[in-house]
Design a binder for this molecule. Structure first.
Ligand code: ADP
Ligand code: MG
Length: 242
């Protein structure tokens, strides 16, 4: 019975997600159809309308590509990787964008290798999503700190920014699909990140005080621990500590 319940719970989540995606994609599609019909009637191309159509297309593209990250095969590419290298890759990938906004990266990594059993591209995507949010939270510059250390049997990664922070009422909603307060946001970054971290049997926690910046704490099991195979149990017991 438990298994059945779990499966139906899963299906409901998938169903809700699918309904959400369908809804989010239908909106820009409706706009696109409207503009195309207008152009068909008038037989003229209005540059402003073309711009709007392109941005609606870009929105659909963004939503679809964020979902594709989740759909990529997972178990196949799990490898032992040093998380410090992945973090450094992310810093080089995003540093020019950060500099545009006067943002500096500061990294504080442990000396010893921080190996985790992971799908590198997915983990990289998680760090990219979080660092991008940090960049977007600091339009007037500041610094983003990437910290990594070992805590018992976990590799801990903390990404913090000096942005505007997140108001209390929003915190429980984070990770819900399509929850965004940005004009061109998808509200998918954190949901996708949370799912990827779950698939890695880790945990993702967001601490923030409105006006005082945000801290995202990711814990991944260090390899060789039997807990890494137990998945949910480990995650639960870890949540209780906090
Ligand atoms: P998106 O970035 O497309 O809005 P996300 O899932 O990445 O979607 O983030 C959801 C929301 O969480 C954001 O719209 C923002 O309001 C809030 N948020 C996430 N990270 C931060 C941060 N570092 N500082 C302030 N707000 C944040
Ligand atoms: Mg985002």
């Amino acid at each position: 019975i438990e298994e059945l319940l779990r499966r139906s719970e899963k299906l409901t989540t998938v169903g809700q997600l699918a309904a959400g995606v369908a809804h989010e994609i239908r909106n820009p599609l409706t706009t696109l159809r409207g503009f195309l019909q207008l152009q068909q009637e008038k037989q003229v191309l209005v540059p402003l309308h073309i711009d709007l159509m392109l941005s609606e297309l870009e929105r659909i593209n963004l939503i679809v590509s964020e979902f594709l990250i989740l759909a990529k095969p997972q178990a196949v590419h799990f490898q032992q990787k040093d998380v410090r290298h992945i973090l450094n890759d992310v810093i080089s990938l995003l540093s020019s964008q950060a500099h545009l906004f006067g943002i500096e990266f500061e990294s504080r990594f442990a000396e010893l290798p921080a190996t985790v059993h992971c799908e590198e591209n997915q983990l990289k995507q998680v760090f990219i999503n979080i660092v991008k949010n940090a960049i977007e939270a600091m339009p007037d510059g500041g610094s983003i700190t990437l910290e990594q250390y070992m805590d018992e049997d976990s590799v801990v990664i903390v990404i913090s920014d000096e942005g505007g922070g997140i108001p209390d009422y929003m915190l429980p909603k984070l990770g819900e699909p399509f929850y965004t307060n940005k004009e061109s946001g998808t509200g998918l970054g954190l949901m996708v990140s949370q799912r990827i971290i779950q698939a890695h049997k880790g945990s993702l926690e967001i601490r923030s005080e409105y006006g005082c910046g945000t801290e995202v704490i990711i814990k991944l099991p260090a390899p060789g621990e039997p807990a890494a195979e137990q998945g949910m149990n480990r995650e639960r017991s870890e949540d209780n500590h906090e």
